[in-house]
Design a protein around this ligand. Structure first.
Ligand code: ADP
Ligand code: GN1
Ligand code: MG
Length: 377
């Protein structure tokens, strides 16, 4: 947030179909991958904000295919919510480039996109209440539900094998062996933790679960909560929307929405899986996604929280050992700090996993209710 803009946003902004006078732009948000800016325009005396993003093409190797996904997904969602109150705030809206497409390619081959800024809503880096967790989970479940009938063809894989945990584990093993920046010595207990948990990596893949259209990055700060109502008004950050497992999304909600601590908290005593948050997540998610989830998926909801938390921990640890090549870092040891919070959360989930499973089983899910009704007829 305090960094100076690295790009000339005035020049970028001129390439999009936005009227009025460009007043300025600032780096915005706390994402680890892309560069996000909030720009202000003066449109006939009114101050109007827009979001501009540079897609990190070192990570998203096919940004054009990615933008094709974003266009298809936002158009489909917009069709679904048309007519609802506040429809224009419920789905991200791309602003076309002056050249006509959905993005602008600059001289340095950067791909830029622009969105209408959704006002009177915001994202949070750390959850504050079960009500927020409920809202976020409802919104992400609804997102999956509305995309279940996305017409063919299959979406592009913007990062192949993104949630293939065994591959993520193999990448860590390689990073430990290569030890290119001699940091393994600093992460001995985290490496031991990872190795001890190797056997959980393939559980979701072995379970043979249905492929769905999923978000794949359902961090708590990737949903905007309405300032007035607290509802999850809009799911954002659509770069990783692609074919995946429903549980990748629920798992990442557990990872980012049950602990009160930020992802890079150094005081690990603050990192804990708070049961009321998990309960809110499970109830919220099942209220919108419960009708299409299979029993196998439901049975693995709690486990997915442990696995996805472990997986992202593996990725932070790998990046630490490789010299911080992937995630943006803002201090020394940042990726190791992030890894530590993930592994601490895995431990906390392990301690409560049975109780979490019992809770999920006890939730009266929509299809179960329907079945009961049918029996009484
Ligand atoms: P990143 O990939 O960097 O995480 P995001 O797409 O999540 O990028 O955007 C970063 C932040 O910018 C979000 O957490 C959110 O607060 C804000 N943001 C993104 N898009 C919008 C939008 N259309 N309207 C309002 N705020 C937005
Ligand atoms: C990255 O872009 P951002 O900050 O929402 C990452 C996610 C990780 C997350 C960890 C494309 O998400 O997979 O879970 O950091 N995105 C990509 O905070 O790798
Ligand atoms: Mg984000």
């Amino acid at each position: 947030m305090n960094e100076k803009p690295k790009h000339n946003l005035r020049t970028v902004a001129r390439q999009f179909q936005i009227s009025g006078k460009f007043m300025g732009a600032e780096p915005y948000g706390s994402g680890h991958i892309n560069d996000t800016y909030c720009a202000v325009f003066n449109q006939g005396g009114t101050r109007v904000r827009y979001i501009f993003q540079r897609i990190n093409h070192n990570i998203f190797k096919q940004p054009v295919a990615l933008m094709e996904n974003v266009q298809r997904v936002t158009a489909h969602l917009a069709g679904k919510v048309a007519g609802e109150a506040d429809a224009s705030r419920r789905v991200l809206a791309l602003i076309p480039a002056r050249s006509g497409g959905a993005f602008f390619r600059d001289d340095a081959d950067n791909i830029w996109r622009a969105y209408i800024f959704i006002e009177a809503a915001r994202s949070y880096d750390a959850v504050e209440s079960p009500a927020q967790a409920l809202s976020a989970a409802k919104a992400f479940g609804r997102f999956q539900k509305l995309l279940a009938d996305l017409p063919a063809p299959r979406l592009n894989d913007t990062i192949p094998d993104f949630h293939h945990t065994p591959n993520r584990f193999a990448a860590l093993e390689k990073a430990i062996l290569n030890n290119v920046v001699n940091r393994a010595v600093l992460a001995q207990s985290e490496i031991r933790f990872a190795l001890r948990h190797k056997d959980i990596c393939s559980v979701l893949l072995d379970a043979i679960l249905p492929e769905r259209v999923t978000h794949n990055d359902t961090k708590f700060n990737n949903v905007l909560l309405d300032d007035a109502t607290g509802d999850g008004i809009c799911v954002i950050d659509l770069d990783t929307v692609m074919p995946g497992l429903a549980l990748y999304d629920f798992g990442d909600m557990v990872r980012t929405t049950t602990s009160p601590a930020k992802e890079d908290e150094r005081d690990l005593s603050k990192v804990t899986m708070q049961f009321p948050m998990f309960e809110a997540l499970a109830r919220g998610y099942l209220s919108t996604a419960g009708e299409f989830l299979t029993p196998a998926e439901k049975g693995l909801l709690a486990f997915s929280g442990k696995l996805i938390t472990f997986e992202i921990g593996l990725r932070f640890l790998t990046d630490f050992l490789e010299g911080d090549k992937y995630f943006k870092v803002h201090r020394e040891g940042h990726n190791l700090d992030r890894c530590r919070t993930q592994f601490k959360l895995v431990e906390s989930i392990e301690e409560q996993e049975e109780e979490m499973n019992r809770l999920v089983e006890s939730i009266d899910q929509p299809d179960a209710t329907v079945n009961q009704l049918i029996e009484t007829i």
